[in-house]
Design a binder for this molecule. Structure first.
Ligand code: FAD
Length: 359
């Protein structure tokens, strides 16, 4: 954050959690004290949605924050180690059975990445384990994976996943998971030590803004075309936490990076207009398309007039994600790592930096 804002002399960063908003006093309460505001911009994003199931929340691995991704990496590697010394076949299978819930971009990309581990790392690094024992199950409630994308992308993604050895279960919803057994609405029951929950997100609003009046089912703040929160002229919300209904997007914009970036850029200008007494400009979303990568060499891309899949799509995915990284140094390091991994069929980052304790 500091690296990003260092160019702006009148911007300041404070790592703190906002606990409450007092819109009457124009004040926010935070973990480092209170702060008054003239204009407040809320960009608090989303959090994992367990749809109220506390048992799943307790036993599954979420995939929302970087720390959670690191935990997943540790757990996968720990499971390989435990499988290598497991005393019974049943125990070994449970450690090598990975269940991913949610066939959206997160679940699909994760399933592809874990399949690459199975295909390229397990046979080399774990010679005492039979790679065929490792199973990756991807469970999706809809009839296809990648439901928000085109039918072409969904079909191709499922094909690519199956090629990699991922077992795809569509029309399957997880009902419960006690840390050992996955129960679904279908006949399917799976024994697994690892369930990764990528089944959805819900808004992450801050207390205080008359919650019920402001959020819909998805827990997002209803905003107008200027990102102003309904009923509050001085409070704005943008990105994943904002619900801006338009004719083209009656259920709000997709909860991906582009609406957040574009709204942020326009809101910066609009706040200046507001301060200078000029009219604000309404937000219009420029949909640049969507994409998902499925392991090495494969991705699906949906553009407005063009849909494609395979190696070229994967190359475009890599380029766009590389260019989105902050700072030249980061880009060079990531490019070097990717190239090294690509040539050597190796994933360099296989450290259990912080062992994950499954309770
Ligand atoms: C695993 C995963 C993969 C994704 N991949 C893609 C992708 O490939 N392409 C794409 O376009 N989108 C992707 N997305 C979606 C994308 O990350 C979001 O749409 C985007 O980050 C939304 O930006 P935002 O600024 O609204 O919220 P966020 O990026 O979620 O930022 C919100 C921030 O607010 C902080 N916060 C929350 N509450 C408080 C509080 N009370 N006080 C202080 N701080 C608070 C949070 O810690 C967080 O840092 C992915 C999401 C996930 C989870």
């Amino acid at each position: 954050m500091r690296k990003i804002i260092k160019k702006h002399n009148r911007s300041f960063f404070r790592p703190a959690e906002v606990e409450k908003i007092d819109a009457d006093k124009k004040e926010i309460q935070t973990t480092i004290g209170n702060l008054s505001y003239d204009y407040l911009v809320l960009a608090t994003g989303t959090k994992t949605n367990y749809f109220g199931n506390k048992t799943i929340e307790k036993h599954s691995m979420p995939m929302k924050e970087v720390s959670q991704a690191l935990d997943i990496r540790s757990l996968i590697l720990q499971n390989f180690e435990k499988a290598a010394i497991a005393e019974t076949e049943e125990e070994r299978l449970a450690f090598l059975n990975f269940v991913i819930v949610g066939g959206g971009p997160t679940g699909v990309e994760l399933a592809g990445a874990i399949a690459e581990l199975k295909n390229n790392i397990l046979p080399k690094d774990y010679k005492d384990l039979d790679p065929n024992m490792m199973k990756i199950h991807l469970l999706e409630g809809h009839s296809t994976v990648l439901p928000p994308m085109s039918e072409h992308a969904s079909r191709k993604a499922e094909l690519f996943l199956k090629d990699l050895g991922v077992i795809v279960h569509c029309n399957t919803q997880v009902k419960d998971y006690d840390g050992k057994t996955v129960q679904t609405n279908a006949e399917l029951t799976l024994k697994s030590e690892t369930l990764i929950w990528a089944a959805g997100v819900t808004g992450n609003p801050v207390h205080g803004l008359n919650a019920n009046a402001l959020q819909d089912r998805s827990n997002r703040y209803k905003v107008n075309a200027y990102n102003q929160v309904e009923g509050f002229d001085s409070v704005f919300a943008l990105g994943d936490i904002a619900l801006m209904r338009t004719e083209a997007f009656p259920e709000g914009h997709p909860q991906v990076a582009q609406p957040a970036i574009q709204q942020g850029q326009l809101l910066g200008k609009n706040l200046l207009h507001l301060i200078n007494g000029n009219p604000m400009k309404a937000f219009v979303y420029k949909d640049k398309g969507s994409m998902a990568t499925i392991g090495r060499n494969k991705a699906v891309v949906d553009l407005k007039h063009y849909k494609f899949a395979g190696f070229f799509a994967w190359f475009i995915w890599m380029f766009i994600h590389l260019m989105s990284l902050v700072g030249f140094r980061n880009r060079v390091i990531v490019l070097f790592n990717w190239t090294y991994n690509y040539i050597n069929f190796d994933k360099a980052a296989r450290l259990i930096i912080r062992p994950y304790n499954k309770s």
